[in-house]
Write a protein that binds this ligand. Structure first.
Ligand code: SF4
Ligand code: SF4
Length: 450
């Protein structure tokens, strides 16, 4: 495992050691006490002015109410969680906006879990729809067994109509296509890792989307890491839990997180660091797991999980390696996902892209894409989601580029939906620069000699 210095917990909400009198606010989380967070709020409203949902929906009371104010009210036994917590998209922008390090998203996640458990009927359409969306990982293997049939059926207007009328899933969006070969199938067929190394080893958390829908992103990660001489491990894994946190199905999230922590902790034992290609997956493992769960090794797994590009920037001279490489002239409209911003990674892609000859990457600003995972798939949130995304669409269209670039699969769906552009992942561009072209023969030779 790498001993490279990692950022400390400074600035990560909810990591203070202040002494306080425990107040149990969520029955399943006996250790959880968010009162100090609520007490740290001095009502500056910075979180509210940074909330994309509050900006376009006057009826949404905003993060200050969802977090500290509601938490104060919860001290009164008879106070229920307000149903507006289900309007929060879990973009987590309020977390990084708060100058007082109030653990806003931890409060929202916990409140949502309590609201779903105590106030939502398990027979309601909203509950069934939300669980369906949150448990994509359980449905995807079935669709991936018959991908062409699944893609055909999901593309039918009758399917979309039924989805909206029966389940409340918007018919305005195109369902993402399933790949004809999943990443894990490709990995097995390939015979696993092509590079072995005791010193340089990573465990890849590919998540659901790169496995079932965009295996080209996962393959790019493998090839780029092998280019740098890393042995890639692909441990068993479940969903990261992000859609479950956002839908308040915390027991589902707990099960998924337990599986992941166990498998990733075993990879740490084998000397690997953990990397993820999806910004929401790395966010979830790094921040939400330690905020909400206390499995053995949760903290070690969180501390040793990285964004895949960030890891190479810290451990290798990625910019140096990209300098002098080139790709066929390519211009990108780059959107930094909210969950990358929350990890402090929003500037890295633009910096990296400038090292590659022929690549122009234009930052389309710091607005939220508006889809926030499953949020923009809900019929009642579709319009809000598109209103939030308007600024990003406009900036993409005014940038001199007709291809989008991002690291989040659902931001990618929204970018494509709002502009019609093809969207790439940063790792795909890095792969093209490093592994395509004449310069690569020399580098491969160097790598084999390592
Ligand atoms: S997570 Fe996003 S949508 Fe939810 S309250 Fe915070 S800023 Fe608003
Ligand atoms: S930004 Fe932080 S301190 Fe300010 S109102 Fe929101 S939670 Fe309170």
């Amino acid at each position: 495992m790498s001993d490279t210095e990692r950022p400390t917990d400074d600035g990560v909400p909810g990591t203070e050691d202040d002494e306080f009198e425990p107040v149990q606010v969520f029955p399943e989380a006996a250790e959880m006490d968010l009162r100090p967070g609520a007490d740290d709020c001095y009502k500056c409203s910075t979180c509210d002015t940074n909330c994309p949902v509050a900006e376009v929906d006057d009826e949404f009371p905003g993060p200050k109410f969802q977090g500290p104010e509601q938490w104060r009210l919860k001290r009164q036994d008879d106070h229920d969680i307000d149903d507006s917590v289900m309007k929060c998209s879990n973009c987590m922008r309020c977390d990084s906006a708060c100058p007082s390090e109030v653990p806003l998203s931890q409060m929202h996640n916990t409140a949502r879990g309590e609201y779903v458990e105590e106030n939502m009927s398990t027979f309601s359409r909203e509950y069934l729809r939300n669980r369906l969306l949150a448990n994509y990982r359980r449905l995807a293997p079935l669709a991936a067994t018959f991908p062409r049939t699944a893609n055909f059926v999901m593309g039918l207007s009758a399917t979309k109509w039924i989805g909206e009328k029966v389940l409340g899933i918007t018919s305005e969006r195109e369902f993402p296509e399933f790949a004809t070969e999943t990443f894990r199938e490709w990995w097995t067929k390939r015979g696993g890792a092509h590079v072995e190394s005791d010193e340089n080893r990573i465990a890849y958390f590919h998540g659901c989307y790169a496995n079932y829908n965009t295996p080209e992103v996962a393959k790019a990660l493998v090839r780029v890491y092998e280019h740098f001489g890393y042995e890639v491990m692909v441990p068993e894994q479940s969903c990261s839990g992000t859609p479950m946190f956002a839908n308040g199905t915390l027991e589902d999230a707990r099960r998924a997180a337990e599986t992941n922590v166990e498998a990733l902790a075993a990879a740490l034992e084998d000397g690997a660091d953990i990397v993820a290609s999806c910004s929401s997956c790395s966010m979830s493992i790094r921040q939400e797991y330690p905020e909400l769960f206390d499995f053995e090794d949760t903290a070690a797994v969180a501390e040793n999980t990285w964004d895949a590009v960030e890891y190479l920037r810290v451990h290798e001279d990625l910019e140096g390696e990209l300098a002098g490489t080139s790709v066929d002239s390519a211009a990108f409209a780059y959107h930094a996902p909210c969950h990358s911003r929350n990890q402090g990674l929003d500037g890295q892609t633009i910096e990296l892209m400038s090292a590659i000859d022929g690549v122009e990457a234009h930052d389309v600003g710091d607005s939220c894409s508006g889809i926030s995972g499953t949020y923009g798939w809900k019929a009642e949130h579709y319009e809000t989601s598109m209103k939030i995304g308007e600024e990003m669409f406009e900036h993409m269209e005014s940038a001199p580029a007709e291809t989008g670039l991002t690291e989040c699969p659902t931001c990618s769906m929204q970018m494509e939906h709002g502009t019609g552009y093809e969207i790439k992942h940063t790792l795909e561009v890095i792969e093209a620069a490093l592994l395509e072209g004449d310069h690569d023969a020399d580098r491969r030779g160097r790598q084999e000699a390592r």
